[in-house]
Ligand binder design. Structure first.
Ligand SMILES: Cc1cc2nc3c(=O)[nH]c(=O)nc-3n(C[C@H](O)[C@H](O)[C@H](O)COP(=O)(O)OP(=O)(O)OC[C@H]3O[C@@H](n4cnc5c(N)ncnc54)[C@H](O)[C@@H]3O)c2cc1C
Length: 412
């Protein structure tokens, strides 16, 4: 093991968007960036199916709503370096951008490699020492100095930025090492769990309807028999369960054994039941199928739901007894799906949990426990919805890190 003679002002661990952007904005020639994989930014390259949906349209206040319960932690970061700032940054670097109909923003080339190339170019212009194919194995802190070890060397610095990502898609290099490093330096880790994942449903009866999608559905989450959360979004039925943004964005809260209830008619069950009773009196000859037509439930799905409820589609409304009506209302307003499991880290697009936010300053991303220690990106206990929110958070947190280190240096 060689102890490097050169001491750096800052060492950044992790060459994803957070680490590269932070390193590219530090004082010229002062930074070492160490990446575990031979190539930088592997996860960035596969993001958005290789097209890199790097941010989303919307005002910062609206933006903030897309980061679950811990969104407040990101307020400073997302207001200081907004989606508009990120778009402007790329445009200044010659990368044009394009927005899709849902507000997702991509490079207009639809190539994530174009985003990565800019980050690497900016690092080189800033004379960042880039070391790849070298996993950091250990970090220590003694008397104001960080010691960062790889298998062959020990590097020293005054500041350390942990930007090692989460645990999802471990083949891209983010396999939770940063949590260990944070713990070595006294930080606590909120139990990491897969986020942005579809769910597998127990005793699933809609496999043959896979591919059917429904827009803007209400999904209710029940945990131990109690309703704990509600979410709205598009749903897709898969071969083994439920997917689509309405499920994927909600998955940070979902555990095996929970029950998800879908409302296909967008009406509360009591209200729907009352309406049924009234209309069974006034238009008793109308068939169930005809009455349900205005709800625009795809035909095959409606047939299956009626089958599950035990109600014949051609039955006149007046002929439906109380028991069948209750079954029908339950099936349409609160159709229950028991979660067998969520996707694991191999398929999740993000990680919920991570470095405990109570121990990190939201103003600077600096540790409240160890001066000079910073965190950026997905390693923190905050995760965004699909749609560009995670990459934006990686950039915005990295921006604060670089700004804080720069200011400290100038004030010395
Ligand atoms: C399939 C997929 C698609 C996605 N699509 C989108 C999308 O379109 N839009 C969006 O906003 N988000 C998307 N995400 C999420 C987004 O890519 C991540 O949130 C983002 O890359 C996090 O950036 P980061 O820099 O914090 O971490 P990462 O990108 O994970 O980078 C961390 C880096 O640290 C390195 N590292 C880890 N341990 C060590 C170590 N011991 N030593 C040295 N280096 C180490 C890793 O090799 C890695 O390169 C997607 C994720 C996946 C998996």
């Amino acid at each position: 093991m060689t102890v490097s003679d050169k001491s750096y002002q800052t060492i950044v661990i992790g060459g994803g968007p957070a680490g590269l952007f932070a390193a590219s904005r530090m004082s010229h020639g002062s930074t070492l960036l160490i990446e575990k994989k031979e190539r930088f930014g592997l996860k960035l390259l596969i993001s958005g199916s290789g097209q890199c949906n790097f941010t989303h349209r919307g005002q910062p206040a609206e933006f903030l709503k897309h980061y679950g319960n811990n969104h407040r932690f990101l307020k400073k970061a997302l207001y200081e370096f907004t989606n508009a700032d990120l778009i402007r940054y790329f445009q200044q670097e010659g990368l044009h951008t394009v927005e899709d109909k849902n507000g997702k923003i991509f490079p207009s080339s639809l190539k994530s490699s174009d985003v990565l190339d800019i980050l690497l170019r900016k690092c080189r212009e800033n004379e960042v020492t880039l070391l790849s194919g070298k996993p950091v194995t250990r970090v220590e802190y003694h008397e104001g100095c960080f010691f960062v070890s790889t298998d062959s060397s020990v590097f020293r610095s005054g500041n350390l930025v942990i930007a090692t990502g989460g645990l999802s898609y471990p083949s891209t290099g983010s396999s939770g090492d940063g949590y260990r490093f944070a713990e070595m330096l006294g930080h606590h880790i909120v139990n990491p769990k897969p986020a942005l994942t579809p769910v597998t449903v127990k005793d699933y009866r809609l496999a043959d309807l896979s591919g059917i999608s429904l827009s803007d559905m209400e999904v209710q989450l029940y945990q131990n028999g109690k309703k704990t959360a509600t979410h709205r979004g598009d749903i897709v039925f898969t071969l083994s369960g439920l997917s689509g943004p309405g499920i994927i964005d909600f998955s940070r809260y979902i555990e095996a054994g929970d029950v998800l209830k879908l409302n296909f008619v967008n009406e509360h069950s009591a209200q729907f039941n009352e309406r049924f009773i009234k209309e069974a009196v006034s238009s008793g000859k109308t068939t169930i199928q005809a009455w349900l037509r205005p709800f625009n439930i795809p035909r095959n799905l409606l047939r299956r739901l009626l089958q599950i409820a035990g109600v014949e589609p051609g039955m006149p409304m007046a002929a439906v007894n109380k028991q069948s009506r209750n079954a029908l209302v339950a099936c349409l307003c609160e159709c229950a799906f028991e979660v067998e499991k969520t996707g694991g880290f191999k398929t999740a697009m993000a990680t919920a949990g991570g470095v405990d936010l109570g121990e990190v300053s939201p103003q600077t991303m600096e540790s409240k426990l160890v001066p000079g220690l910073y965190f950026a990106g997905e390693v923190l206990d905050v995760d965004g919805d699909t749609g560009g929110y995670n990459i934006q958070a990686a950039f915005s947190t990295a921006y604060l890190v670089a700004k804080s280190i720069q200011q400290k240096t100038e004030n010395r």
